[in-house]
Design a protein around this ligand. Sequence first.
Ligand code: AMP
Length: 142
Amino acid sequence: MLISAILRTKGSQVVSVAPDATVASLLTELARHDIGAVVVARQETLIGIVSERDVVRHLRRRGPDLLAAPVSDIMTSDVVTCVPEDTVEEISEHMTRHRFRHVPVTSKGRVVGIVSIGDLVKSRLRGLEDDRARLEAYIHGT
Ligand code: AMP
């Protein structure tokens, strides 16, 4: 199964924030869209990713003043991305190895979607169910 198949189902909406947006406004975006991470972009160029985990980690260190700090203070700049042609298995393995749950999808230098570990698990389960149905049909000769 390819990443492009997941994007066909979930769409290509990617929530992004500017690097100078405050952490408080980042929290508003996470809550409003009910998501765990957003990409950080400057004039449509991907420059980072920031997740709820970054907020938790830095909040513990800096206290409530963090809410007024820019997102660029807490984002990860070295973003691991994938392309629509990558397989779900490859990207699941990346996520497990690097211990993150979100991967932006890029094509020709543009962000065209984002997949979460939940999207990948859902798609792998669906694949396994399809395989089981095919095997059952084969065994029963239907
Ligand atoms: P997450 O598991 O997605 O909440 O992220 C855990 C940590 O990994 C946070 O510090 C994120 O900023 C970082 N992170 C999340 N996704 C990526 C990614 N695709 N590339 C690099 N770092 C990431």
